[in-house]
Ligand binder design. Sequence first.
Ligand SMILES: Cc1ncc(COP(=O)(O)O)c(C=O)c1O
Length: 463
Amino acid sequence: MKASLIAPDLGQQPISVTRKMAASLPGLRQMAMDKGLKMHHLGAGYPHPEVTDPRAFLEHKSRYFEHLASGVNNPQDVPEYLRESYSYTDTLGPKSVRENFAAVYGADWQVAMNADYLLPTLGASGGINLMCSLFERPGVDLAYLTDAPTYAGFIARAQLASQARIYSVEMDNEGPIVASLTSQIEQARADGRLVPFYYTVPDGHNPAGFSFSKTRRKEILDVMREYGVLIVEDAPYVYISYADEDARPQPFFAMDPTATIHLFTGSKIGFPGPRVGFLYTEARVQIKDAEIIDLKDLLLTESSADILFHNPEALHGFDSLLHDDTMQLRDSLWPIAETKLAVYRENREIIMDGLSEGLGSYAAHCSWTEPEAGFFTVFRFHDKRIRTDDAFIERLVAEYGIVVIPMYNFYPEDARHRDPNAGLDELRLSFCFSESFGEQRRLDLKQAVAAFCDAVKEIADIG
Ligand SMILES: Cc1ncc(COP(=O)(O)O)c(C=O)c1O
């Protein structure tokens, strides 16, 4: 067949691990069902349906909108929020929403946030895209510094630009290894590349299943300041936290907002569908002619050439979450988080207890992370003969009905080059999603973890 366009440089991008899994799932599921196996979900990283039923939110949002409309004296006049919700907005979105968010979020993390330094994004994904796009535009060779493993969405976005290469850094159980961070920055610079930022997920790391220690955060910040590299802090799980209030680590932006680009998303504390997110940074950048300007101004110009207009109705809807039942601005988002946390905390406990019960006495053979935040734990086989490759994952579904995600794809190419076995002893188990609610959810998850432990014992030939 004749091509409609000849574009020899347009190579096919690698397909993401989650899409690959989603595509193969129906066939594998059928295979498992044909054998009479129950499907056990430990794979999907989506928010649980039990905490994303939008009906109560929609009711609250309507009441909030009525509250906003109540200030209008003449019933013929269109209330300001309504006019704004269905008009073209500014790239910055409605000012009131930014001001309210800055007040509430700033209070939660003890940062005097300036609403003028907040930029709406399409979720955290939009923030990642904006940061990459800003630095890719001048066309210089780039090094994106990140963890090994790192968030699949970041790898996918970084791979879009042929002038960018990922320089990744292995982690221990406190975070990235600091000496590797510095050596990767130095290597990238020696390779003639600009190193604009280090992208990471310090709280509830996806996919690594742990949070960085306070000490390591401080060390990372010191190194980034010393080398003049920004920190892009992707923070979807800061509120999905299992730590006691006084033990919660400070996010990077609370430690130094001039060194950090913080990516907030409404997807986990609220809902993923409306695609609400905010980028916050007080960083300043020296551009040509030694001129120093706010990074947020560069990002705003970039954003206005990209998304240009946000969905103001979605932003006003998010604003309703910042208000309580009496329509007062909240002091904190933690009470909202608590409605979600009740389910995730319970799920986490079921997974942790189940793994301890089933495999706690086989510490020589396997181990797993204890997530202080987020949706995931990483399970590790110690027997090097076991390889958690695609065939292994397919076998888990087809023979045991268990869906988990392999880790090797989350390791950037350079990490797999350094160690061809990177991630091939690991699995990502998620405890955020199941198809059932309440008591059935608990039961399903208990059965899932028990089935997983039995499968591990059989495969690893232990117990
Ligand atoms: C680390 C990380 N970043 C970004 C996202 C995407 O979030 P959003 O819906 O805000 O784009 C996710 C979603 O799971 C995530 O885990």
